[in-house]
Write a protein that binds this ligand. Structure first.
Ligand SMILES: C[S@@+](CC[C@H](N)C(=O)[O-])C[C@H]1O[C@@H](n2cnc3c(N)ncnc32)[C@H](O)[C@@H]1O
Length: 339
């Protein structure tokens, strides 16, 4: 189903058309119940910012048919230069159109020969977890906090039958629509909603990812319970979040920003996080990876020309953030839910 951004409203494009796509590929009762529940809501995200700006930018994109697509490579590849030449589209014009969507935080991408070097090398996180989780082949997947869908497309590239991303930040969702314009046959959709919009005991997904979201939640255990509710019995949670070093029971609650980020609530130690997961009902917990974030992975680029990790760190002590907190340390864990 190809989307027409020129005449429709933000609700049509960012919501109703995604719901329609989702409905056509949903076969399980639980998925159809989720789609019906979501179809009836008014997404709060659409009432903020300037969705019309993004509709205009999306409508201006050329109609292009990518001759190649690579969803299982570090840099997601959509088309090449020859596709532009045969459609008589100037690379400079397309580049300027892509620049309208700056800042590009998550990626990298290559669109019709134009490389988008994003703030985050998301391929590095994907590499750390891809072989350690239950293979995604044939699975129905939820990607909570999907941003522009980089990981959602990697999940499809790893064989997922269907991927639903959710993210309430419309500029990132608009980037997803830019990608989806050229990837409309892929089983990936993103909705501008949160788990608060989901029905109780949704139970529709074989794998649920929550990456980079837990520390933004004021009530992290409620977030874990909501994630659990989304899983089928036997399903897998893949959780990625910021942690601090410490014993079970320890958790940092920064009074102000953390590494220049506002809205950071809880940074548990790994044993505390394990206890939270266990308390929330997950079993077979496994720590897949623990690593310090480096400026190889997160840095300013021409596609995200604003402050990044380097600006968030103490210039005299790499073990500390600007605010004097421990430097960003991230873990990936997995856990199983059995009814
Ligand atoms: C730090 S980014 C992480 C993006 C990506 N998952 C990753 O791991 O790189 C957090 C994302 O979660 C989104 N987000 C924030 N609150 C959310 C919520 N309640 N539900 C879903 N997504 C949320 C933000 O808009 C943002 O795109």
């Amino acid at each position: 189903m190809s989307l027409d951004f020129s005449t429709e409203t933000a609700r049509d494009v960012f919501f109703d058309q995604q719901i329609a796509r989702l409905r056509t590929r949903s076969s399980s009762k639980a998925m159809l119940r989720l789609v019906d529940t979501l179809a009836a809501i008014q997404p709060a995200a659409l009432l903020q910012g300037d969705p019309q700006r993004w509709l205009t930018a999306l409508a201006a994109l050329p109609a292009l048919c990518p001759s190649k697509v690579e969803l299982d490579s570090a840099r997601l590849v959509i088309g090449d230069e020859k596709d532009l030449a045969s459609a008589e589209v100037s690379p400079l014009t397309l580049r300027a159109q892509l620049e309208e969507f700056i800042p590009w935080r998550k990626g990298p991408f290559e669109l019709f020969g134009i490389g988008i070097d994003t703030e985050w090398r998301c391929d590095l996180k994907w590499q750390r977890l891809a072989d350690a989780i239950t293979p995604l082949e044939g699975r129905t997947v939820l990607d909570v906090g999907s941003g522009n869908g980089y990981y959602s497309y990697r999940m499809a590239g790893a064989g997922a039958a269907q991927v639903l991303g959710i993210d309430p930040h419309i500029p990132y969702v608009a980037q997803f629509h830019l990608l989806q314009k050229f990837l409309s046959d892929k089983p990936v959709d993103v909705l501008p909603v949160t788990l608060d919009d989901f029905p109780a005991r949704c139970g529709a997904f074989d794998t649920v990812f929550s990456m980079g979201v837990l520390y933004h939640r004021r009530s992290p255990i409620d977030h874990l319970l909501q994630l659990k509710d989304c899983l089928t019995s036997g399903g897998e949670l893949v959780l990625e979040t910021l942690v601090v070093e410490g014993d079970e029971g320890y958790c940092l609650t920064p009074r102000g920003p953390y590494a220049r980020m506002k809205g950071i609530w809880f940074l548990p130690s790994v044993p505390t996080l394990m206890a939270w997961l266990s308390k929330a009902g997950f079993t077979q917990l496994e720590l897949i990876d623990e690593s310090l974030t480096t400026s190889d992975e997160q840095r300013a680029t021409s596609w995200m020309p604003y402050a990044s990790l380097e600006d968030a760190m103490d210039p005299t002590d790499p073990s500390k953030t600007k605010e004097g907190h421990p430097a960003p340390r991230r873990v990936v864990l997995r856990g199983t839910f059995k009814d």
